[in-house]
Design a protein around this ligand. Sequence first.
Ligand code: PRP
Ligand code: ZN
Length: 297
Amino acid sequence: MSFDRDRLHLAIQKSGRLADQSRQLLKDAGLKLQQGGRNELAARAENFPLDLMLVRDDDIPTFVADGVCELGIVGQNVLDEYALGRPELRIEQVAKLGFGRCSLKIAAPDSLGRFELAMLQGQRIATSYPRLLGRFLADNRIAAEVVTMRGAVELAPRLGIAGFVCDLVSTGATLDANGLMPVADVFDSEAVLIRTPRPLDAAHAEKAAALLTRIDGVIATAESKYIVLNAPESALPAIVQILPGAEAPTVIPLIGREGQVAVQAVCQESVFWETLERLKAAGASAILVMPIEKMML
Ligand code: PRP
Ligand code: ZN
């Protein structure tokens, strides 16, 4: 596949924690993505003027900063680590995507026992995120030596390279497997959509806007539910208060049931069992909660 300047380019992680969910987000946005072989570094959307660049996550901010890709999906951790080193660049964070949640944590060998931040004074800490860690240490007035490693950070204590590590933790399995325990939170992260600081020409800007509208719709739909319920008219003020994130619900009279109405609303926040219990207590009955397939705001 050749590089076609007229198309939009979106950088995503080729393989790793964010790869599958980045593709899924685009599929949910209606894009048909070409499969491509294992060694393929690009994938074309068949029904949208977009090509995916499949790269290492650490390279995504560079591609987007340089304008090789107009857009990218990357962890906030990778973005901010890059941005701290290039403060003159303003890569715009367009949207939080709600997946790939993890946090950058300092961890110590299980044998350490009790921990307090002051114990980091004068210690060596191994990490792939020297700038985020450096900022945390400076904020907390800790003078420690940061040892930068590209990977396998968790091995550092056993190898005697550093007493502590600072690495991403999502399930915690990697720390566990290496006899380490988290002791301090440095940075909370999730996947974000980013846009190049380079100005886009009108054609690219229009394509980017169309894609962003679809992605916004997917994000909004993920949590949104359609709620239908019956209620006495007198209970409406209380019920509308309880409906999470609902604007201007529809109220319809119920034929043959004096004083009773049906209420329909899009709730743009999570609807929990507790929400339903509160609705029932406020007088609602026959409550239905339905998924929303697609939404364009
Ligand atoms: C991070 C980190 C650990 C792993 C932790 O790597 O370096 O290896 O995830 O996950 P866990 O808590 O679920 O075990 P990442 O996926 O960011 O890959 P990369 O460092 O190679 O980019
Ligand atoms: Zn990486």
